[in-house]
Design a protein around this ligand. Structure first.
Ligand code: BF8
Ligand code: SF4
Length: 646
């Protein structure tokens, strides 16, 4: 791969060139030598049963007359593509929700005081969410003179009840998940009318797997309907519970400073990278790496200290809560090791490339897997299982293993100098506080700026990197185009990191990149024009922010009325499909880049791209060119402004 054609990020280009000098193969090289299958790309390869794979590519000259393509069983391209799409939703929802389940389990243990390592940090947030789970926060007791007095309940009692009810959301068989009611009233009622409110988080995912088994659901409309249940169960269920309970245990993010890119690694320090997604692990490694005896131990090995940096969404979690540095986003994971400065890369689940084990073989880096769900078959990775009941001790063992590896460096490391400063940590509560001005509890000043036109609309730009797309390039083009047109951007995941590296997460960037209206708002309030809201499960924060905007008034009654649009310019993971779908059915026009495996099934594509708008007010789109991609979002924003009479 040509390094300069692979990324717009200087540190990435430098390390890719070093990898090539060191004869180390990376994903960038394989993306050149191995091309995707055009049938799979169209979504029309079915391998649901062993009579296939049945492959139904679009004919070169397009469909003339009736589309007669069929699999052996008669499955149409629409059925096949819808089934494949549904299975992506299921896997994505499962990944987020299984993360959420783990959080809920630990939360319950903490509420029962069954662990010293986790506790309740943000009581306020617990009190705010308790009513959503129908958990009372006060009790009525008899006063000294027989009168009734309302008293606060013990915070741990409230937490226990919330924990039990939250955990119950996974296995619930009937009724509705609690958080569906958090959506604007009009949205919740629409979901009820359409019969898509999830019954339970796991149930909807399992039902996708059943319906997409050979010979079950053969109507793509009906398959998409089940996708909707499972995706709402992710965004408003599993992911939202994960975010909320993490905030309660580890603190709700508020604006803080941070640094990003491979330049955060230090030559003379033990460098530990935590890579993956679950803050249960990373929060403890943060604690362990700051213990004086660990720092002393590092010094005894000749290091000046310990650098703990994050990668992928774990990075976003520890950045937003502790201001700890980020080494890079998804496509930089191999390249961090190529620096020769990483003494351990500690991984848990999701977005971990198997190839890091091969790359680590060429340097001294120890890959430490920690989660029983995610091991790597390689003679050279170490598995130190992280047990939440023994969290701090396990974390110390992990940190010690990294320190022990410091003396094994192969000579001088090569650390790129690139790093950027940023301001991050805009939970929806923090946005409320910052853009809401003095009177808390209202998004009105934000709405006011949208109504008076200083801010044209809101763009949610999120999602992965993808080796089929120049690293970070589409992310930055989309975001810059939105900013130029006075669209404020909310971000999470690897897009947030791309923006951070490019300086877009600093308040100073407003005057450089924004149109005059947005620049004025950002300068007055002192915020960056791109608000970093956290990791991918924290896309639930964007749903809540959108809901707050609706509730503040003046911009319609539902999320679908807002001048807003969503985007994942470089998506690659199944989680992105689940996220995309819950945004769409929450009423958001959502554009994906790279490609969407639906193009081989024109009627199914039309359903997602056009017909869903008539049902949910939001719809899918796919536009590879990032400039056109942003323009389509802006057109949608203008359409919504016009409908509001703005
Ligand atoms: O959950 S954006 S590449 S790191 S999947 Fe993965 Fe995609 Fe990055 Fe986080 Ni999200
Ligand atoms: Fe082919 Fe039908 Fe089996 Fe799919 S389910 S592999 S289309 S026979």
């Amino acid at each position: 791969a040509d390094p300069k054609a692979s990324s717009v990020d200087i540190a990435t280009i430098q390390m890719l060139a070093k990898a090539q000098r060191d004869n180390v193969e990376t994903i960038f090289d394989r993306a050149v030598s191995m091309k995707p299958c055009n049938i799979g790309e169209q979504g029309t390869c079915c391998k649901i049963c062993s009579q296939g794979p049945c492959r139904l590519p679009l004919p070169k000259k397009g469909i003339e007359g009736k589309d007669t393509r069929k699999g052996l069983c008669g499955a149409t391209p629409e059925t096949i593509a819808a089934r494949n799409f549904a299975r992506m939703v299921a896997a994505g929802a499962a990944a987020h929700s299984d993360h959420g389940r783990g959080v809920a389990e630990v939360f319950l243990t903490a509420a029962r005081k069954g662990t010293h390592d986790y506790g309740i940090k943000d009581e306020q947030k617990l009190l705010e969410i308790a009513p959503d789970f129908e958990v009372p926060t006060t009790v009525i007791v008899d006063g000294p003179n027989g009168e009734k007095i309302e008293q606060m309940r013990d915070i741990y009692d409230i937490a226990e009840e919330v924990g039990v009810k939250a955990l119950g959301q996974w296995g619930q068989q009937d009724g509705e998940i609690y958080n569906a009611k958090r959506a604007p009233k009009a949205r919740y009622e629409l979901w009820r009318k359409l019969d898509v409110v999830p019954r339970g988080i796991d149930r909807e995912i399992v039902e996708i797997m059943h319906r997409t088994h050979m010979g079950v659901d053969q109507d793509y409309h009906n398959i998409v309907k089940q996708c909707t249940r499972a995706a709402i169960g992710d965004g408003w269920g599993g992911s939202m519970i994960a975010t909320d309970l993490q905030d309660i245990m580890f603190g709700t993010p508020y604006p803080t400073q941070g640094e990003i890119n491979l330049g955060v690694l230090k030559q003379d320090h033990v460098n530990i990278i935590v890579h993956g997604h679950e803050p249960l692990l990373s929060e403890m490694i943060v604690v362990a790496s700051q213990l004086p005896d660990m720092v002393d131990y590092a010094k005894s090995k000749g290091a000046h200290g310990i650098v703990l940096a994050g990668m992928c969404c774990t990075a976003n979690e520890i950045l937003c809560r502790h201001g700890l540095p980020i080494a890079g986003n998804y496509l930089q994971q191999e390249l961090a090791i190529v620096t020769g400065a990483v003494d351990a890369m500690v991984v848990d689940v999701q977005c971990i490339m198997e190839n890091i084990a091969n790359v680590a073989d060429c340097y001294h880096t120890k890959i430490i897997t920690t989660n029983p769900r995610a091991m790597i078959e390689s003679g050279h990775t170490t598995h130190i299982e992280f047990d939440e009941h023994n969290a701090l001790e396990d974390a110390k063992k992990i940190v010690k293993t990294a320190i022990d590896n410091f003396p094994n460096r192969h000579g001088e490391a090569m650390i790129p100098s690139a790093k950027e400063k940023m301001v991050v940590g805009f939970s929806y509560e923090a946005i409320n506080y910052h853009l809401g001005g003095t009177f808390r509890g209202s998004y009105w000043p934000l709405n006011d700026n949208i109504i008076n036109g200083r801010i044209r609309g809101i763009g949610g730009v999120v999602g992965c990197n993808n080796a089929r797309s120049m690293h970070d390039s589409a992310h930055l083009t989309v975001v810059k185009e939105l900013l130029k047109n006075d669209v404020i951007v909310l971000t999470t995941g690897c897009n947030a990191m791309a923006c951070g590296k490019a300086g877009l997460l600093s308040p100073e960037s407003a005057k450089v990149f924004c149109g005059p209206g947005l620049a004025e708002v950002c300068e007055t309030v002192g915020i960056p024009p791109v608000l970093h809201m956290g990791s991918c499960v924290d896309n639930s924060r964007i749903l809540m922010a959108a809901t707050q905007v609706v509730k503040a008034g003046g911009l319609g009654k539902d999320i679908s009325d807002l001048p807003a649009a969503g985007s994942a310019p470089e998506w690659m993971s199944e989680k992105a499909i689940s996220i995309g779908h819950y945004f769409v059915v929450s009423g958001v026009y959502t554009v994906f880049g790279v490609g969407l495996p639906v193009t081989g099934a024109p009627r199914f594509q039309k359903h997602l791209f056009e017909e869903l708008e008539g049902i949910y007010g939001g719809m899918w789109d796919m536009i590879v060119d990032p400039y056109e991609h942003a323009q389509a979002m802006i057109r949608h924003i203008d359409k919504k402004r016009a409908a509001l009479g703005l």
